[in-house]
Design a protein around this ligand. Structure first.
Ligand code: GN1
Ligand code: MG
Length: 367
């Protein structure tokens, strides 16, 4: 008897015959499988979309198709080589234009697997420079997209909302975790920076800060490199939506700039790697400077601080609410993640002036 994932993969217009389907990836949200087919046919990536989080799968897939079609058209117009390695391709259902399959309340999609491509959980400064160029370029390519992209998770990176959600979780205390003095201490510490960290939303309301199409999940492992370290493409496009440029700048540095993984409990060893910051900022500004405003570049150091802070708020909210959002491997996982991200936030904050001086030097060198 065929198993479930095979049944589902067969709903899509895939080539060849399926030889095996095995779990892959380390995402905290969706479930991902590699579909290996017979020699000669491409392999595929099958994903179960977490529709508790992405509640509008139709909007999600139409965003992704709009983005990948737009990027593909740009590469075609530029005569770029190897386009199928530089932008994802989502496969349609048999006999339909749809790129997702619904099965009894679960939602699935398939994209073509890009062979000989690598993801990394940490990178050196050389790779960070390429990553900066790639994410700046991704935003630049999407700056003239005609389709109106919707917010696949409304207010995803809105710090004011994340802060309200934490307050709500504290009030409800569903898992009874507010009794823990450490949790209360973390809540107090987070509150100290709340107003300052919410400044992007205020600047937006005052008309000082634009929203642009951003990737919004620029974790270092959401980028594919070839064997020589060249960036092939950006993956995990679920959260591509209008946001502040801080999203992409900050989330890359949150993951690549940390000396530890985001859930490493040894938080005394958390440091912020300024070599990674400098290389990434240089690459990013080189490819994004044509559209970045002065307010945006002046606030990039704030963006670097905002993301570990926001992530700490989100992890702690989930811990207090009883671990309903992020996949966890042990009971305190979200608490450990919170500690780690707060340590990183403070480490980044201590480099604030140095970051600003470096960004200023990049901008003046490019004028
Ligand atoms: C989630 O799906 P994944 O693991 O790449 C999350 C990000 C967080 C990240 C923390 C839709 O990303 O926002 O930064 O975990 N994605 C969503 O590791 O919430
Ligand atoms: Mg991911």
């Amino acid at each position: 008897m065929r198993n479930k994932t095979t049944e589902i993969a067969l709903q899509f217009e895939i080539e060849g015959t399926i030889e095996s389907i095995a779990p892959m990836g380390t995402g905290l949200i969706n479930d991902t499988y590699k579909v290996t087919t017979s020699p000669g046919a491409p392999d595929y990536v099958l994903q179960r979309i977490n529709n508790a989080i992405f509640t509008d799968v139709d909007l999600l897939q139409s965003n992704i198709v709009a983005v990948t079609d737009h990027i593909r058209a740009k590469y075609e117009a530029a005569g770029t080589a190897d386009i199928d390695r530089k932008v994802l391709r989502f496969v349609k259902l048999k006999g339909s234009d749809k790129t997702y399959f619904e099965d009894d309340g679960t939602f699935w999609r398939v994209s073509v697997f890009i062979p000989d491509a690598y993801t990394y959980d940490s990178v050196n400064s050389e790779y960070s420079y390429y990553a900066g160029k790639a994410f700046g370029n991704f935003e630049a390519m999407l700056s003239d997209i005609k389709e109106n992209l919707g917010e696949t998770i409304p207010d995803f990176h809105n710090m004011e909302l994340r802060s309200r959600q934490l307050k709500q979780a504290i009030k409800e205390d569903k898992a009874g975790r507010m009794a823990d003095p450490e949790v209360r201490a973390l809540v107090e510490e987070i509150a100290v920076y709340d107003e300052e960290m919410c400044k992007a939303e205020r600047m937006y309301r005052e008309g000082l800060l634009p929203k642009r199409i951003c990737h919004c999940d620029t974790k270092v492992n959401n980028m594919l490199f070839d064997k020589d370290g060249n960036v092939l493409c950006v993956i995990d496009l679920d959260t591509v939506m209008p946001s502040f440029v801080f999203s992409d700048f900050g989330d890359f540095l949150r993951t690549a700039g940390n000396t530890l993984a985001e859930d490493d409990p040894d938080t005394d060893k958390v440091e912020f790697r300024m070599d990674i910051f400098k290389a990434f900022a240089k690459g990013y500004i080189e490819s994004a400077k044509a559209f970045l405003t002065k307010t945006e570049t002046d606030n990039l150091p704030y963006g670097a601080m905002l993301f570990p802070y926001m992530q700490a708020v989100r992890f702690l909210t989930d811990y207090i609410a009883g671990d309903t959002y992020y996949k966890i491997k042990y009971p305190d996982h979200n608490l450990v993640r919170t500690r780690n991200q707060m340590a990183l936030f403070k480490a980044i904050m201590s480099h604030r002036d140095e970051m600003s001086a470096y960004i200023d030097s990049l901008i003046s060198a490019s004028n």
